[in-house]
Design a binder for this molecule. Structure first.
Ligand code: NAD
Ligand code: TYD
Length: 351
């Protein structure tokens, strides 16, 4: 029975991953370590909270004592590090916490794992540390070309720079100590339980609440969208079969402009929910500082080595996602009625 330490499991991708894994395997144990920042929400895990193979521990990945204790008290086989500050706009306003959690937190986890996994002549068999990173570490593309694992790192935002720094520390633990690691770099995820500060749930939320739909700059920035369950499947494959020390890009040629995304959501909601939801809600606002123009993943390596391919087209995924938010209004209402509303109002008051 393998034991997974999943960090940040109360966030968007982490909670989807825990649910995916517990549905797929009944012979694994998952310990979810999460600080429960504004982005952490135990509601996401309601469907597994009574599963005997699942345990939640509230802790900060930067906290040496609690993390060391977890490794001492449990025979952890795999670490999957999702825990991070994850929003670019917040990183522009407040970079420090990104360095703390994303860089120092990663180093703390690496150390704690190394301390119990390292033997006199290497590392115990069957252990692995997986760092969940992002394609944003590669910087921005022009109109052509794709990010490959060999593309140089060239991050621009405080968020992507902190993720790139963490990647380099993970690489250093492999290069220096031969610690068993993988790094995955995925494109923009979407799906259930995504916090509504990110583009897709923000637009759905604002449409349903008849609020302005803020589109940064000219709306023609491009992101490569990955349905969250396809991402979870890829991570499972990398843990089990990824070659040690390797980086794997995860994405599936689902590039869309931001304005296309916004109009797709408006059209779906207008046709299926409320025909007063209209494109007139769109407001082009001041561009994000240092806004990366285009992200696009070349997934050849993960496809050829591990046989991973995304199963969900953007058209199918966006419908499933909108439908999920419609069926889980209470989840969004709880977030809307909390501290997030003040943050949102402050953030958008000048836009
Ligand atoms: P999220 O913001 O929804 O969730 C982050 C989780 O980490 C939250 O539950 C939060 O409470 C927890 N956390 C934050 N700081 C912590 C700390 N110091 N200690 C313990 N827990 C802490 O993020 P997400 O969108 O689910 O992203 C998960 C990971 O995937 C991140 O590492 C992110 O960089 C990466 N990623 C995300 C995307 C995306 O599109 N969402 C794309 C590429 C990579
Ligand atoms: P976001 O979801 O924040 O992800 P990331 O910045 O990590 O790619 O943003 C996705 C794209 O949508 C990005 O180009 C910025 C843009 N955007 C808007 O136009 N309006 C918004 O309100 C938000 C949150 C994002």
């Amino acid at each position: 029975m393998k034991t997974y330490l999943v960090t940040g499991g109360a966030g968007f991708i982490g909670s989807n991953f825990i649910i995916y894994m517990l549905n797929k395997y009944d012979d694994i144990k998952i310990i979810n370590v999460d600080k429960l920042t504004y982005a952490g929400n135990l509601e996401n895990l309601r469907s597994v909270q009574n599963n005997l193979n699942y345990k939640f521990v509230q802790a900060d990945i930067c906290d040496k004592e609690s993390i060391t204790k977890l490794f001492e008290e449990n025979d952890i086989d795999y670490v999957v590090n999702f825990a991070a500050e994850s929003h670019v706009d917040r990183s522009i306003r407040e970079p420090e916490v990104f360095v703390k959690t994303n860089v120092l937190g990663t180093v703390n986890l690496l150390n704690a794992a190394k301390n119990v996994w390292e033997t006199e002549d290497g590392f115990k068999e069957g252990k692995k540390y997986l760092q969940v990173s992002t394609d944003e570490v590669y910087g921005s593309l022009g109109e052509t070309g794709y990010f490959m694992e060999t593309t140089s790192i060239d991050p621009h935002s405080p968020y992507s720079s902190s993720k790139a720094s963490a990647d380099l520390m993970v690489k250093a633990y492999y290069d220096t100590y031969k610690m068993p690691v993988n790094i995955t770099r995925c494109s923009n995820n979407y799906g259930s339980y995504q916090f509504p500060e990110k583009l897709i749930p923000l637009i759905i939320n604002n449409c349903l609440n008849k609020k302005v739909l803020p589109v940064y700059g000219d709306g023609l920035n491009v992101r490569d969208w990955l349905y969250v369950e396809d991402h979870c499947k890829a991570i499972d494959m990398v843990i089990n079969n990824g070659r040690l020390g390797e980086v794997y890009n995860i994405g599936g040629h689902n590039e869309r402009t931001n304005i296309h995304i916004v109009k797709t959501i408006i059209k779906y909601l207008s046709e299926n929910v409320d025909n007063t939801i209209k494109e007139e809600f769109i407001k082009y606002v001041e561009d994000r500082k240092g806004h990366d123009r285009r992200y696009g993943i070349d997934p050849t390596k993960i496809k050829e080595e591990l046989g991973w391919e995304p199963e969900t087209t953007f058209e199918a995924g966006i419908e499933k996602t909108i439908q999920w938010y419609l069926e889980n209004k209470e989840w969004m209402d709880n977030i809307n009625s909390g501290e997030y509303q003040n943050y949102y109002n402050k953030m958008y008051q000048t836009k």
